[in-house]
Design a protein around this ligand. Sequence first.
Ligand SMILES: [Zn+2]
Length: 567
Amino acid sequence: MLKKIGFALLIVIVGLGIAFAMLTRRPSPPASQAFVNANVLTMNRTNEVAEAVFIEDERITAVGTRAEIEAMITSGTEVHDIGGRTLIPGFIDAHGHFPGTGLVTQAVDLNSPPIGEIESIEQIVEKLRTYATDKPKGEWIMGLAYDDTLVAEKRHPTRHDLDRASTEHPIVASHVSGHLSVANTKALELAGITAETPDPQGGIIRREEDGHPSGVLEETAARPLSEKAMNIGASGLLEMIDHAAAEYSSVGVTTAQSGLSNELIIDGLYLAHMLGKIPFRLELFGDADVGRKIVSGEMDPSSYQGDYFNLGAIKIVGDGSIQGYTGYLSEPYHVPFEGDVDYRGYPTLKREDLAELVSTLHSADLQMAIHGNGDAAIDDIIYAVEGAQSKHKRDDPRLIVIHAQMARDDQLDRMKELGITPSFFVAHTYYWGDRHRDIFMGPERAARMSPAATALKKEVPFSIHLDSPVVPMQPTLLVWSAVNRLSTSGKVIGPAERIGVIEALRAVTIDAAWQIFQEDNRGSIETGKFADLVVLAENPIEHPTRIRDIKVDRTVVGGHTTFVREN
Ligand SMILES: [Zn+2]
C-alpha cells in the first residue's frame, strides 16, 4: 500500500527540503507528572495492577500505590487525578501502513458496511462520477476499498463499469484487501496494459474472452497504476499524514507502523518526522530492495534508527489475501474461484526465490517480517527459514509472519522451534468472518483462522494487528475481536480461538513491543520505560463484550499528551 505513495514523496522531499531549515522540535513534556487515582494495568511480567504512576520528563520513574506516588509530588508536578479510570500502556500497531488511512483525503471511499455505505456497483459508479465532475479532465481519480462480496452484483466492477463514471479521467479503485485494483479503459491505456501485455511475475491481468483486460488487476499487475494515481503532490501527502496522525492519536496509538516502505517513502516519512508531523513513535519495515541495499552496504540503516523513528525489520510478501482469492492455501477454496475446483491461490515469489532472499537477509542478521495468509504460503516461509537457519544459526531471529491467518497446529510448533513469531489480523473474524465461513474457507477452516488461543497454549509469542488502512485504526475493536471473535452478523467464528482480555491487551502492548525488539523501552508501565500511556474511559476487564465501544480519553507519548477527549 505504502509503495503507492512513492511519487508523492519524491515531491515532498524536494518541497520540504527548504522547510527543513526551520525544523521544529518535538514539544517537551512536563518535568514531572503524576497520574493518581487510577486503575493501572501495568502489563508487567505478572500483570500487576497499580494505583498511580510518576513520570519525569519522558520516562516513568515510579509505579505504585496512590500514597507512594503522592509522596513524590512537588509544587512543580502536573497532577492528573483520573477518577478511577483505567491506565494502560499505549497501543502498538504491530502491522499497518501509516499514513494510509489518510488516503481518504485524496480519494473516493468505496467501503461497504460496516465501514462505509456502498451496496452496489451502481453506487460505486455514481460516487466516482460525482467526484470526477469537479476534477480537471485527465486527473487521476482514486477509489478506495470496494468489496466484491458486499455489493448486490457479487462481482468486481469492470473497466466498462468504471467507464460509465468517466472516460476522460483515468480511474483506479482498490479492492478492500489492498491486493487487487480495478481500472477504467483510460487508466489501462495510460499504463500501457493491452491484450498483448503478459501477466507480470506475481500478478494477473484478468481478461475478457478475447484477451482484452477486464480492468481487474491482481497483486503486482496493479502496481504501475496505483503509482500513477498516487501522484498527489506535497500538500496532498501532508494532508494524508495530518489526517492519519490525528486519527491514530485519538484511538491511543503510541507506536505506529509503516510496513513495506521503499527508500523514497522512508526518506519522506523521515522528513515528516523531523518536521514534527508525526506525534508518536514510528516503526518502519523496509521492502526487500531496502534489505538488499543494507546487505550490500549501499544503505546505512543506523541513520534511521532511534526512539521515535525506527527502520526495523525487512518486509517480504509471501502471498495475497484470502478474501481476494489470492491467498495461497494447501487445500482448494471452499467456493471454487471461477469454477476451478482445484484452485488454491498462488505465492508471490517462487519457493526457491523466497528461500534465497530470506537466507541472504537472515545471514546479514536482519530481522524479517513476511506476509503469509494461506497455509501453503506459511509452509514456504517455514521452508525458507529452515534453510536460512541451517546455514547461519541465529538464537533469536524473531522472524515475524504477518497475518499467519491459516497457520496450522503443526506450523505453530515449527514456528516456536525456529524463532518465528506470528502477528494475527484477528479482526478478520469481525470484518470477513461470515464470508470466510461461507465463501472462502468453509466452516472448519474459518473456525481455525488467526489461531491466537492455540498459539497461547503452545507458548508461541504473538501480536495482533489491524493492517490499517485495510480496516480502520481502532485498537479497542481489535482487542474486542480477539476476545469475542464475533462477525458482523453476530456469529462467533471459532469459539476455541478466543483469548482473555489481558492476553489480548498484551498482544497490542508488551508482546507487540517484544516482537520488534523494543520491549526494554515500551509496552508496559514499568519504571525506566517511556511514558507511553492511554487513559480508557472504562475498564476493559469489567466489560469484555463491549471493549470496542470503550473510549480513549487521553493519549500520552513520552510524557507528552498527544490527545485529550473533549467532554
Ligand atoms: Zn499489510
